[in-house]
Design a protein around this ligand. Structure first.
Ligand SMILES: [Fe+2]
Length: 333
């Protein structure tokens, strides 16, 4: 049995890195003892980096098999997303993140300025934007994502940043913890005209498909497996800045809700809570959407084609969602 012990990703103990020798054998071993990898993810505060899984590039079903221990359903995107150009043609459980056609998924712009005053990669909100947890505009939202690099961006570009929601919550001042204890954020699918920039520009929001939200979500989520409390928030495009960003607070981009979101997100993304993953082909990052957030960074999409595969697993969002029907199934054709 392979060891699942590995070094922490940051000096503050966030995440774990595991080196895999043989991808196909590793997947078979994790299927034989399906509780081990989810337990390792919990021990790692919700981010596990696995290197050396290059076998997945030739056998994408290995990615789906490695996803199954994390929950009762690996999402079949052919049944849930109208954007079929982003669904793997042979394996519908794989969502493709790529700037190549037919996906044409552009990377985010460079931050302004592109580097920090110390010359490093900007991490902290609002210098760094785009922080989110996957599909938070759905109820229940997904638990786990597995993100795999077939062809990453070149070195120094196209990193993915992850922030530790458990550590960030624990470090909040007690008065702020009390203020957000029962607060709910209002989450919406990106690029529908409800994002911060659209509201600032005075755009008219588009009619929303029910699958796109808006959906309220607790700001403080209690992890159903570890019991840990974590901040659960997005910013910019994935919060509803027309009616939110928080339920019951002054709405809009200049309201009390906006001020609180800026305070919480800049706290959440302090460099001490962040891990920046520099991708190599065959790397996988498994992340727990219930207790982490992440964001993409710029790469030169004119020069380079980047190809990443992602699965999402759902089924254990915690008691706050007990008995709910899914908000996000496509109606039967
Ligand atoms: Fe994401």
């Amino acid at each position: 049995m392979p060891s699942l012990d590995g070094p922490a990703l940051t000096e503050h103990g966030f995440g774990r890195r595991l080196a895999v020798e043989n991808g196909a054998a590793f997947v078979a071993a994790m299927e034989a003892e399906p509780e081990r990898l989810p337990a390792a993810l919990g021990d790692a505060h919700g981010v596990l980096v696995l290197t050396g899984l290059n076998a997945i590039s030739d056998d994408p079903d290995l990615l789906v098999r490695l996803s199954r221990p994390f929950g009762r359903e690996v999402e079949n995107y052919r049944l849930t997303t109208p954007r079929q150009n982003l669904v793997h043609p042979e394996v519908p459980h794989i969502f493709i993140v790529s700037n190549l056609p037919p996906m044409n998924f552009a990377p985010p712009e460079r931050p302004d300025p592109p580097l920090t005053a110390e010359g490093g990669l900007p991490l902290q909100f609002p210098h760094r934007r785009g922080w989110h947890t996957d599909q938070s505009f759905r109820r229940p939202p997904p638990d786990i994502s597995l993100f795999y690099a077939v062809t990453p961006a070149p070195p120094g570009q196209g990193q993915t940043l992850y922030a530790d929601g458990v550590a960030a919550y624990a470090a909040l001042p007690p008065a702020l913890k009390a203020r957000i204890e029962n607060l709910q954020g209002l989450h919406v699918a990106p690029f529908r005209g409800y994002g911060e920039d659209s509201v600032l520009a005075g755009e008219t929001p588009k009619p929303l498909d029910p699958r796109d939200g808006p959906q309220p979500q607790p700001v403080v989520r209690i992890h159903p497996e570890t019991g840990a409390r974590a901040l659960y928030l997005c910013e910019r495009e994935q919060m509803d800045w027309v009616h939110g960003p928080f339920v019951g607070m002054e709405p809009g981009v200049h309201g009390d809700g906006a001020r609180l979101l800026y305070e919480l997100m800049s706290h959440y993304t302090q460099p001490r809570f962040v891990y920046a993953h520099a991708w190599q082909a065959g790397d996988m990052v498994i992340y727990d959407n219930r207790c982490t957030i992440h964001t993409a960074t710029w790469f030169d999409a004119k020069q380079y084609g980047r190809l990443m595969w992602r699965t999402t697993v759902w089924g254990n969002p915690g008691p706050a969602y007990a008995g709910e029907a899914r908000s996000w199934d496509l109606a039967p054709a």
